[in-house]
Design a binder for this molecule. Structure first.
Ligand code: PEP
Ligand code: MG
Length: 764
């Protein structure tokens, strides 16, 4: 290169780049200009990410644009790392023969032979590495070397300046609402997890050795299967819950799916495609099919599966969790392939950005027991390493909170912890109110089956076991034996305490991927007992499994959801008797009938309590659905969540009437909807005459603590007043005042701060 030309180009590039305020654009401009001026075939810039300890490709003229912003290299990986770690220029005629060379076929680096890399430094700190490459096997000249070194120095100060400008604190607090959330509060730096090479980035290419490509594919598959077996074993030994396990197995079943493997192999052989291309072709076809059928969970699993296959085929490295401090994982969806390996102590919380929050993800989030907000519409480009607050109670994330906000949240976390300790001290004691009235406290379960045996001492029974959750985590309808194993485990671990299992409650917000069902108004559609009765084989299989488990342990109670007609109750009861007779015949052993109940969720039931009472042993109020149907408010629609109100005078009056009718008919009645776990809600229920509540585990200790400090008789008086009021705020105030008078004001205030929206709680 001519010396004068070089100087002119240098000053021109520096000016152009310096006048571009957007750093990303400035870097793109820079690499284009350098490539043109040096006559190289490719120029790329890698910046070092201190937080992740990796180099990220941030601009390139010559490599595939899809790879820009995505491809990263470990601090000790590739020629880039040699330049970075030595701080010295590296000029090679044949880069491929260098021991540190790392081949990344998907970035389109195949044709480049020579390599010249210089470090980008600012005041001695390494910011990145600037690289030019050429197709000719020949070292770059001295002119190019000094040109690149000079530009790298200019670039160093430009990047440092831009970083300083961006770190100026924002005044506006960025709070972003999610679609669903779980758990508590977490404060930590965000770690954005993105696949290095996404399926869409794979180029459709033909190769000349299909046999080799098939072999490569088989090797990768085999390796993944071994890893999967290892992960499964680890899960079985560990204490991760049933949902996590189910999540993993859905990914495992894709790995074992012979038809997918065959189709990929055939695509390689017939079309002479590279293995990566064949994976893309087949997975995209399956994705289109799954999308058409509305199989949201399968779409997510397939995407993840394709991603993992492609990454392994091109040897892209896995993201590693080598962080000294816990982080908040931010990702589009939680990939199943990651779940088994998640180091719980390094993950403070997680956030997903996909607006299609799958049932899997929500169930999983709850089971992992990590604070999370799902479905957050978030631009992930600028948040890596930034502090983020995950507020599981309010279903929102706060980005880059100022110190004062962080302090406030830390205080809340501490207060919550102190309170939890306080509640935990008496969590094993029974709930006897101040006037001696005993209140039965049940557990709502269905997720963390493995851990439930620890809860026996804290609860009187399982008041609601949502049997559909286990179904949701399968790929096909579970067999009778599989169900028998689940129910037996559950009954055995709680015996002799009663376990109330609800028959399959699918439809509306709880779908099965293997039973696609699209309806205009799913909440008013084919759900609960309607589905069960329409599919007798599914119903009988479940009843057989339940009764066999009951025959063995004797503590089953059985109830049916979404009842709206007496005939439904009669039909299920008849089926139970039939199954019991059949079992008696088969085993020649006695089978007592389990206590049988209906869930009161449809307001119609309030008008036939006398008739229903003749058929059942007990009632259980699903207040989530009852409120939804009574007030005509979709419980999962955030637009109308302000109208979803358990303290609405009509809800209160209806609950009172139901308790009265059950008592008049001599039937037990309990409440297992979310209201039972809400402090003021629980007071309201006692005031209306309820003495049996069932709730999620996270609410139990607090509710027990509160109810041990109130008088049932006094609350009954408060209830009488509530029934005369016409506004929900007045009704709520009544219970608030009573709680204050009992010295419970602080606990109620804190729990109000935590109050989760209905959508937040809908899956749990
Ligand atoms: C309810 O509707 O209150 C209930 C307990 O059932 P689910 O929330 O599972 O619909
Ligand atoms: Mg319900």
């Amino acid at each position: 290169m001519d010396g004068k030309l070089f100087l002119r180009a240098l000053s021109q590039i520096t000016q152009e780049v310096a006048s571009e305020h957007d750093l990303t654009k400035a870097m793109a401009l820079l690499v284009q200009n350098i490539r043109k001026t040096t006559d190289a075939d490719c120029c790329s810039l890698y910046l070092f990410d201190e937080f992740r300890k990796r180099y990220r490709l941030v601009a390139s003229d010559g490599l595939l644009q899809q790879a820009v912003g995505k491809v990263t290299l470990r601090a000790d990986e590739g020629l880039v790392s040699v330049v970075g770690s030595t701080g010295e220029l590296l000029n090679l005629a044949d880069a491929l023969s260098h021991p540190n060379f790392k081949y990344l076929p998907e970035v389109g680096e195949d044709e480049y032979l020579s390599f010249l890399g210089v470090p980008v430094l600012n005041k001695g700190d390494l910011l990145g590495v600037l690289v030019v490459q050429s197709k000719v096997k020949q070292m770059f000249g001295e002119q190019e070397e000094s040109f690149l070194v000079t530009l790298a120095a200019q670039l160093g100060s430009l990047i440092a300046r831009s970083k300083e400008e961006n770190s100026v604190e924002e005044d506006v607090l960025q709070r972003i609402k999610g679609l669903a959330s779980t758990g508590d509060i977490a404060i930590a730096p965000a770690l954005v997890w993105q696949p290095e090479v996404s399926l869409e980035d794979v180029r459709i290419q033909h190769g000349d050795d299909p046999l080799m490509q098939v072999e490569l594919f088989n090797q990768v598959l085999f390796q993944l299967q071994i890893e999967m077996d290892r992960a499964t074993l680890k899960m079985q030994e560990g204490d991760k819950g049933q949902a996590v396990f189910g999540y993993i197995s859905s990914y495992g079943s894709l790995l074992d799916d012979a038809s997918i493997q065959d189709e990929i192999t055939r695509t390689i052989e017939d079309g002479k495609y590279l293995a990566t291309s064949a994976v893309r072709i087949v997975i995209e076809r399956l994705l289109a099919e799954a999308k058409k059928q509305g199989q949201n969970d399968r779409v997510i699993d397939l995407k993840d599966f394709g991603q993992v296959l492609v990454s392994r085929l091109i040897h892209a490295c896995n993201q590693e969790f080598d962080f000294s401090e816990p982080v908040i994982l931010v990702m589009e969806n939680m990939p199943s392939s990651m779940v088994a390996e998640l180091p719980a102590d390094k993950i403070a919380g997680f956030v997903t950005t996909s607006q299609d929050t799958s049932a899997h993800a929500t169930v999983l989030a709850r089971d992992l027991g990590i604070p999370s907000v799902l479905g957050v519409n978030l631009n992930v480009n600028d948040i890596d390493g930034h502090t983020i607050i995950v507020d599981g109670h309010n279903c929102e994330v706060i980005l880059d909170p100022p110190e004062s906000v962080v302090d406030e949240f830390k205080q809340l976390v501490n207060q919550n912890r102190e309170q939890r300790d306080l509640f935990a001290r008496e969590s094993m004691k029974p709930v006897d109110c101040l006037d001696g009235q005993h209140i039965v406290i049940g557990l709502n379960a269905g997720l963390n089956q493995n851990n439930e045996s620890n809860l026996i001492g804290e609860t009187d029974c399982i008041g609601l076991y949502r049997s559909e959750i286990a179904f949701m985590l399968c790929q096909t309808f579970p067999s009778e034996q599989q169900q028998f194993d689940w129910y037996s485990h559950l009954l055995e671990s709680f015996a002799p305490k009663p376990v109330c299992i609800r028959t399959l409650d699918i439809g509306s917000d709880k779908g099965l991927s293997y039973l696609p069902n699209k309806e205009a108004n799913p909440a008013l559609g084919w759900r609960g007992v309607r589905v069960t009765l329409d599919m007798p084989n599914i119903m009988y299989t479940q009843l057989r499994a339940l009764l066999r488990a009951h025959q063995k342990y004797g503590n089953l109670e059985l109830m049916i959801p979404m009842v709206s007609r007496l005939e439904e109750v009669v039909a299920v009861k008849k089926a139970i008797i039939e199954v019991a007779n059949e079992l008696r015949g088969k085993t020649a052993q006695e089978v007592t009938l389990p206590r049988f109940g209906v869930m009161i969720e449809v307001p119609a039931c309030a008008y036939m309590m006398d008739e229903l009472s003749r058929e059942v042993d007990f009632f259980s109020i699903g207040s989530n659905d009852l409120t939804q149907y009574l007030l005509a408010v979709d419980r999962s629609n955030p637009k109308v969540s302000r109208f979803f109100d358990h303290f609405h005078p009509c809800v209160v009056r209806c609950l009172h009437e139901l308790a009265r009718k059950a008592e008049a008919n001599g039937k037990r009645i309990n409440v297992c909807g979310e209201i039972a776990g809400d402090p003021l809600g629980a007071l309201m229920l006692l005031s209306l005459g309820y003495t049996s509540l069932s709730m999620n585990y996270s609410y139990i200790a607090r509710i027990k603590y509160i109810l041990r400090r109130v008088s049932f008789a006094q609350l009954r008086e408060v209830g009488k007043q509530a029934l005369t009021l016409t506004e929900s705020s007045q009704i709520k105030a009544l219970y608030d005042n009573y709680a204050n008078a009992q010295g419970l004001g602080r606990i109620i205030a804190l729990s109000n701060q935590e109050s989760a929206s209905e959508i937040n709680a809908k899956h749990f």
